[in-house]
Design a protein around this ligand. Structure first.
Ligand code: FMN
Length: 159
């Protein structure tokens, strides 16, 4: 079974609604053979990441950067996982009250350092979450679940 890991910092109803839309997309009935696992960024571990075939990262913008919680996740996994997660497909969603540019830049910089492969452009939202943002999150979840499946097949040689 392929595994998609969602590492998120979810401090509010708005960010919760983005997470739920991502989860709905990732767990939709059309996709088979992918286990979807969520972990708050402060609780995600090295074994969680090593077991993943793809990762979705979710963060609010905090002082022009990713959340401290997601930064803590990267501090935890960077060196222990640097060699073994090269090429890992990942996707990002970010929410802010005014501007998510710095948060996206920060995540893209560290994932580049880890040699991960951005599966698609980030989904960003400012303020309230409407239908368009929810659908973008749903799609992000679905396509990244498919990326997990593909990577799992590559790694195991099974389809
Ligand atoms: C300490 C702190 C720093 C923040 N910094 C930013 C920021 O730099 N840019 C921004 O757009 N929003 C910023 N925010 C707002 C959060 O991104 C926002 O609260 C979060 O995405 C959840 O959205 P909500 O409060 O509308 O539910 C900050 C919030 C806090 C608590």
């Amino acid at each position: 079974m392929a595994r998609l890991l969602i590492v998120h910092h979810t401090p509010s109803p708005t960010t919760q609604s983005m997470l739920e839309a991502v989860l709905e997309g990732a767990r939709n009935d059309e996709i088979e053979g992918v286990e979807v696992v969520t972990s708050p960024a402060l609780a995600a571990t090295v074994p969680d990441l090593l077991a993943a075939d793809a990762v979705i990262l979710g963060t609010p913008a905090n002082i022009g950067y990713m959340s401290g919680a997601l930064k803590h996740f990267f501090d935890t996994v960077y060196y222990p996982c640097l060699t073994d997660t090269t090429g890992l497909p990942y996707a990002l969603y970010a929410h802010g009250n005014s501007d998510t540019t710095g948060a996206v830049r920060a995540v893209e910089s560290i994932t580049k350092g880890m040699g991960w492969s951005r599966h698609r452009p980030p989904v960003t939202a400012v303020g309230d979450i409407g239908r368009e943002e929810s659908e973008a999150c749903w799609e992000l979840g679905a396509v990244t679940a498919l990326a997990a499946l593909e990577r799992h097949e590559e790694r195991t040689g099974k389809s």
